[in-house]
Design a binder for this molecule. Structure first.
Ligand code: ADP
Ligand code: MG
Length: 502
């Protein structure tokens, strides 16, 4: 094989005492798409930021076409031919400018910036760039009026105006619809044909199957596997990403008592296979699967945020079809949402106010909050979940991420639930807080059904009595957490059920 266009060797990066990249080596070849797979926090975006000139590295070497590559700024990296579309898409476009200006922006800033004063020339150049990419957007539209997908296309087209040798895409489809993602894949195909070396960061199996020529797995800042023989070993890649360090958790799996919740013929997406689901009293069920397989869609369906495309649900034997989250809460279905900072915590409220917020009607008399009761509930939660704080009147902002998460969990545990749902409750939570939350969930499980959505398999193994696997918006596997066949589980996560398995 020809020499790699781009070679990263022994790249190291720490933030304070935390080592995020522990000596990463990676090669990219012309006309090939290398997929970098890694769980949340593995260090993917940090790698991208170093390569694109945003961060300095602590150690290691990078070469482009055999020559030392050490960009002093993002503009410097782009000039050298290494172009990046960052995970946060608004880093790639200037929202205040129109499409044409965005597409030609980097030329405007370069030498010969006379163009700046010639809107017709700007439009002509922008048209060229857009045509080459097959980009179909109104060049005079403001970026702020475009959909996320179109913004992303503009960011990529803008990047491509530089004729890069290396193109890096950091989780580009995370907010795209499947039609939009297909447009992106076509663009990537075209660039690959033109000999661009592509580094595509994703852990969406469907993207990976569609695009990857090679897969490299990253875990905890180290490369844990490289897969380049056809057919690609997706299962091996997922295994390397999630780690062989998985240990059997010391929990004794319980079987649910009578059925609390059931769903029949539930369909979450166009073309997705319907599935059924039964959750028993006292049982904790984890649903695992990669990003984008429909976990959040299911959580939102159960919580009344969206309606299923088909199917029926029942709760304690009665039909359950919530039109709103208020309906769900009234039926005793509670959700600890993911992204607590965005959808959970109210920053202007203190700890106890955050706890009682959804239940104020239950803690009020004639519309007046019974503060004493609210605070007593909060003090209980603090000791119960070992929330580290000074008192129940602390500002939420003064708590660490793990403790904020405990407040969110405690909020929804402060009233009895029929079905208790937690969407990624362990994300951004340290190991001690994770144990505290899992222990509390298990200790309090009687009297309700509990459903936990987790991307990390270890979290499922540490928390649940039963583990269900989601792929392509349906449930593809089920395991009692007692004698889990890890190979089968990983194959299901990778969307590649083992031969002979059901
Ligand atoms: P990924 O993109 O694989 O999800 P990141 O590279 O974003 O992972 O993050 C890897 C780890 O580095 C995380 O634990 C994150 O909290 C930490 N990290 C990333 N950027 C910074 C920063 N600027 N300062 C401190 N820690 C950071
Ligand atoms: Mg990232």
């Amino acid at each position: 094989m020809a020499d790699p266009v781009f070679r990263i060797a022994d790249l190291k990066k720490s933030f304070g005492p935390t080592q995020v990249l522990g000596g990463v080596s990676l090669e990219l070849h012309a006309g090939e798409a290398t997929v970098l797979m890694g769980a949340n926090g593995a260090g993917k975006s940090t790698l991208v930021r170093i390569v694109s000139g945003v961060y300095d590295r602590d150690g290691g070497t990078i070469t482009l076409d055999g020559k030392d590559f050490a960009p002093s700024s993002p503009a410097d990296a782009i000039r050298a031919g290494v172009v990046t579309v960052h995970q946060n898409i608004n880093d790639g476009v200037v929202v205040a400018l129109d499409v044409a200006t965005n597409l030609t922006l980097d030329r405007l800033n370069g030498k010969g910036a006379k163009l700046f004063f010639n809107p017709r020339a700007v439009h002509r150049q922008a048209r060229e760039v857009a045509a080459r990419m097959g980009l179909d957007v109104d060049l005079s539209a403001e970026i702020s009026d475009l959909s996320l997908a179109d913004r992303q296309m503009v960011a990529i087209a803008r990047a491509m105006a530089h004729e890069p040798k290396v193109l890096i895409l950091d989780e580009p489809t995370s907010s795209l619809s499947s039609a939009e993602a297909n447009r992106l894949f076509e663009v990537v195909d075209r660039l690959r044909e033109r000999g661009v070396a592509i580094l595509y960061i994703s852990h969406r199996m469907s993207d990976i199957r569609r695009l990857a020529d090679r897969i490299v797995s990253l875990r905890d800042g180290r490369i844990t596997g490289t897969f380049d023989t056809k057919p690609l070993d997706y299962e091996g890649a997922v295994n390397a990403m999630l780690g062989q360090t998985m240990h059997r958790a010391e929990i004794s799996a319980r079987d649910g008592a009578h059925t609390v919740f059931s769903a029949e013929g539930l369909r979450l997406a166009e073309h997705a296979k319907p599935f059924s689901l039964k959750l028993g009293d006292g049982e904790i069920v984890a649903i695992t699967g990669l990003v984008g397989v429909g976990k959040t869609a299911l959580a939102e369906t159960l919580f009344g945020v969206r309606a299923p495309l088909a199917g029926t649900m029942s709760l304690n034997g009665k039909a359950y079809a919530p039109d709103s989250t208020a309906d769900a809460i009234a039926a005793g279905v509670f959700l600890v949402a993911k992204d607590r900072a965005e959808s959970g915590i109210v920053k202007d409220f203190n700890l106890y106010e955050n706890l009682s917020m959804p239940f104020l009607d239950r803690l009020s008399t004639l519309g007046v909050a019974r503060r004493g009761e609210e605070r007593a509930v909060a003090r209980n939660a603090i000791s119960d979940l070992k929330i580290v704080c000074r008192s129940e009147r602390d500002d939420m902002a003064t708590l660490s991420g793990g403790n904020q998460q405990k407040v969110m969990v405690a909020r929804w545990m402060s009233q009895p639930a029929n079905l208790f749902i937690l969407d990624e409750p362990f994300q951004g939570v340290d190991i001690a807080a994770r144990r505290d939350i899992a222990n509390k969930l298990r200790a309090s499980a009687e009297g309700r059904a509990t459903l936990v959505f987790v991307t990390e398999l270890d979290e499922a193994l540490e928390t649940a009595d039963r583990i269900l696997v989601m792929s392509e918006h349906t449930i593809v596997g089920e395991h009692r957490n007692a004698e889990v066949d890890i190979d089968r589980l990983l194959a299901e996560i990778a969307g590649q059920p083992l031969k002979g398995a059901a």
